[in-house]
Design a protein around this ligand. Structure first.
Ligand SMILES: NC(=O)c1ccc[n+]([C@@H]2O[C@H](COP(=O)([O-])OP(=O)(O)OC[C@H]3O[C@@H](n4cnc5c(N)ncnc54)[C@H](O)[C@@H]3O)[C@@H](O)[C@H]2O)c1
Length: 327
């Protein structure tokens, strides 16, 4: 344990939404954290509060460059690979960009990690790999056909990681995140995620736009739960986890209409006028899954994952941050 707390951990995408929270948790645990990012979709202000610490270092770098990956990984015991271009619609609009970062960049980092002899490679996959499978809840072994280039990249990442585990004995652990939300998730731009976009609309007294009827459902996962899974995976010594992928979610299903209702209630406490703001229904989006709900029993059994924060409690933590920073 003593030795583990002094591990050097490379977090790629470390200044991003999930990555910056992962850096917080690893630094607090005493790890030496190297954060690599090219700031493509994040701001350095997310990690500003860590930059004065002796056990934290920001390393600017691009995972599309093999040379940058080699420099970043040197001397690291563990890699937490989160850098990617998120968003299903972005990948449909520009599949080459998503491929270059999410697949070629992923392979650059995986190969650099193997060559550097890292002992654990934890990486972000996505619930999007369940694609057109209608089965609920989603179980790790039953994936469908991808519905977007983004899903293709994440499924390809899993295939490469599993292969490296079998072929080279590199211990890889894939985490399929389900709709993660919380403080620092960017509400701006065309590819922003639903929760920050909805909050930002409400704060501007504008009806949030819902694609389709709003009855589609998601397993919304507060960021602290996702971070818990990443930390457990980074420090796991269980050989049964090697080469495996795990659902990381809360394990409950909420429709978009229910979500918007919960957000409106939370925000109306701060600004009662928001209680009167409705919703605007717009055209359905291609590439989206209709319903999503994770079976999280595998992560519970093998990683010891125990999500503590449900949607309501997570919104109560996240909303004040948006009001302070974007209100
Ligand atoms: N947020 C979610 O709900 C969710 C769901 C499923 C999977 N994921 C995955 O989790 C990971 C983290 O996502 P996030 O929500 O924190 O998004 P984010 O956009 O905030 O973080 C991604 C980070 O990667 C960095 N990055 C992008 N391209 C890079 C490159 N070429 N080189 C170096 N850094 C680069 C970005 O600047 C950013 O800091 C991603 O792999 C994403 O696909 C997220």
């Amino acid at each position: 344990m003593e030795q583990q707390s002094h591990m050097t951990i490379l977090v790629t995408g470390g200044s991003g939404f999930i990555g910056s929270h992962v850096c917080d948790a690893l630094v607090a645990r005493g790890a030496v954290v190297r954060c690599m990012d090219n700031l493509a979709t994040s701001k350095r202000s997310n990690i500003q509060h860590l930059e004065h610490l002796p056990n934290f270092k920001f390393v600017p770098g691009d995972i599309r460059s093999e040379a940058d990956c080699k420099v970043a990984v040197e001397g690291a015991n563990v890699v937490v690979h989160l850098a990617a271009l998120g968003s299903v619609p972005r990948s449909i609009a520009d599949p080459l960009a998503s491929h270059a970062t999410n697949l070629t960049g992923f392979l650059n980092m995986l190969e650099s990690a193997r060559q550097a002899g890292v002992h654990q490679f934890v990486y972000a996959s996505s619930s999007s790999v369940y694609g057109d499978s209608k089965a609920l809840p989603k179980r790790e072994q039953n994936i469908g056909l991808p519905l977007s280039p983004y899903a293709v990249t994440k499924a390809g990442d899993e295939t490469y990681a599993t292969l490296y585990s079998r072929l080279h004995g590199l211990s890889t652990i894939g985490l399929r995140f389900f709709n993660v939300f919380g403080e620092r998730q960017d509400p701006e731009g065309p590819y922003a995620a639903a929760i920050p976009k909805f909050i930002s609309s409400f704060l501007g007294h504008k009806p949030p736009q819902i694609h389709g009827d709003g009855l589609q459902s998601r397993d919304f996962t507060y960021v602290a739960n996702a971070v818990q899974a990443v930390v457990l995976a980074a420090y796991s010594n269980d050989p049964n986890c090697h080469g495996e992928v795990f659902n990381v979610a809360f394990g409950a299903r909420t429709s978009l209409l229910e979500l918007v209702g919960a957000l409106r209630n939370e925000l109306a406490i701060i600004d009662p006028a928001i209680g009167e703001v409705g919703v605007e229904h717009v055209a359905e989006r291609s590439g989206d899954i209709r319903d999503s709900l994770a079976d999280i029993s595998k992560a519970k059994a093998l990683l010891g994952y125990a999500p503590e924060v449900d949607l309501k409690a997570g919104l109560a933590k996240a909303v004040p941050w948006y009001v302070k920073n974007w209100g």
